[in-house]
Design a protein around this ligand. Structure first.
Ligand SMILES: [Fe+2]
Length: 454
């Protein structure tokens, strides 16, 4: 293992320190309604540290503060967890859920900022990205927490789950709009399959188990491996207190489905979900890249194509198809459509395994079938495009896409603000340093509290 590990080079080269810079240069016109912070998490090992797996790199959150048409500051902070100091995850008493990279996502719920990694408890951050500590919902969360919780736009509830390689394999939790856990239930019939993301519809919770499952013989640093014997499945349970025991599992085609763009019930009572998926070979290429193994692809998601599953609970059947030929990952949408039928879906495009195509921000119109791409440009890689609704928006795509671009030629980064309607660039915020390619993030709008002062 050397520093030539793919996840420590090029766009992914970590930064060596924490900085704060105020008064950023802006080209174009920042919409004054964008008052808040864009936060972006990712794996950024400390200098001299070479993790065995990309996912094991310590989490670092990059933040950009916008207000009144200005970009007031940029700062980056490691999430200061026991893992950052080298503490072991496995102890004689089992896993220590506070030993987290906390490097996968950062969200806000009920006024609390949480940095997330799926094998651990969340870590609370301040508005200026200092680490408060592990957060267990006042003692009510005794499992890990997925890095992809879903905030219901209607109820304000936060739905999330814990996936474990050991029984109980799957636990479903709901926190109310005030951040109190009001429901926790084990989901019967789940297996040790990797479960990274899930979906919530108006009436159901949807889990996805692919072919990647726990394998203690794996030595990659994260003990999971593709298994042809593992049956890929979708599990659907009604929302509500008794829902978990009513779960139904539906077999689907083999694959690994890291992210779900959205799910909803259609007019016929079927559950429709979409997201990027890889087949066996695509997973091999990704995993080899993530572990620095030989035979890796040029990029981690080069064979990741969007699939649609339509589950008919009455017939007990699933219609499944690949709906686009562009390799994409990091699907996003207008969060107000989460759980309901959506028209527009966004993603990041990747070069394919031969290196054709390029990085870009993609918009799908699911009504017309149109696909539009904002090309990132030579040696430029955009991150996940976070959707922010415009003030007083009436159309689903009346809003903005915020993406942080890594620019290798300039050894720099910018925050791009795109018009979500046409993908035109509205403003560019020049960041004071290159921000390594990372994982997920969120827009945290000002909420009218004293937290807004910073
Ligand atoms: Fe993810």
């Amino acid at each position: 293992m050397t520093s030539s590990q793919p996840y420590l080079t090029g766009h992914y080269t970590p930064v060596a320190d924490e900085i704060t810079v105020t008064g950023l240069t802006v080209d174009g016109s920042l919409p004054p309604e964008l008052s808040g912070r864009l936060l972006r998490n990712g794996h950024n090992p400390q200098p001299g540290v070479t993790p065995a797996h990309w996912f094991k790199g310590s989490g670092m959150v990059h933040g950009i503060r916008l207000r009144d048409g200005r970009a007031e500051w940029y700062r980056n902070r490691w999430v200061h967890t026991p893992a950052l100091d080298g503490a072991p995850y496995m102890t004689p008493h089992g896993p220590d859920l506070t030993v987290s990279t906390a490097g996968t996502h950062v969200i806000e719920h009920a006024g609390r900022l949480l940095a997330l990694c799926e094998a651990n408890l969340p870590f609370e951050l301040t508005r200026t990205l200092d680490t408060v500590g592990a957060y267990d919902f006042h003692g009510k969360l005794r499992t890990a927490m997925t890095a992809h919780p879903k905030e219901d736009p209607v109820t304000g509830e936060l739905h999330f789950f814990a996936s474990s390689p050991f029984p109980p394999f799957l636990t479903y939790h709901v926190a109310d709009a005030k951040g109190e856990i009001v429901h926790s239930a084990e989901v019967p019939g789940a297996t040790a399959a990797l479960k990274h993301d899930f979906a919530v519809t108006r009436h159901h919770v949807v889990f996805v188990e692919g072919n990647v499952t726990f394998d203690p013989t794996d030595r990659s640093g994260i003990p999971y491996r593709w298994s042809d014997r593992q049956q890929a499945r979708i599990g659907i349970l009604p929302r509500g207190a008794d829902g978990a025991r009513l779960v139904r599992w539906f077999s689907i085609e083999p694959g690994n489905m890291p992210h779900i763009a959205n799910a909803y019930e259609d007019g016929q009572g079927r559950v429709v979900l979409e997201g990027p998926a890889v087949d066996r070979e695509g997973f091999r290429l990704s995993w080899n890249w993530w572990t620095g193994a030989p035979g890796r692809g040029a990029e981690p998601a080069s064979r990741s194509y969007t699939r649609r599953w339509i589950v008919n609970p009455v017939a007990g059947s699933v219609d499944e198809q690949i709906i686009d030929d562009l390799p994409v990952e990091f699907p996003t949408l207008n969060g107000n459509r989460l759980g309901s039928e959506h028209r527009y879906q966004y993603a990041v495009s990747f070069p394919d395994e031969e290196g054709y195509g390029g990085y870009g921000v993609v918009k799908y119109d699911r009504t017309t079938g149109a696909r539009r791409i904002h090309q990132a440009g030579d040696a430029r890689m955009p991150g996940e495009a976070v959707y922010v609704p415009a003030a007083g928006a009436t159309r689903e795509d009346d809003g903005y896409l915020l993406t942080v671009v890594s620019d290798l030629k300039q050894d720099a980064s910018q925050l791009l603000v795109l018009d979500a309607s046409g993908l035109d660039r509205i403003a560019t915020v020049h960041l004071p340093r290159r921000v390594p390619a990372g994982v997920h993030g969120s827009w945290i709008p000002d909420d009218g509290t004293t937290d807004d002062q910073n």
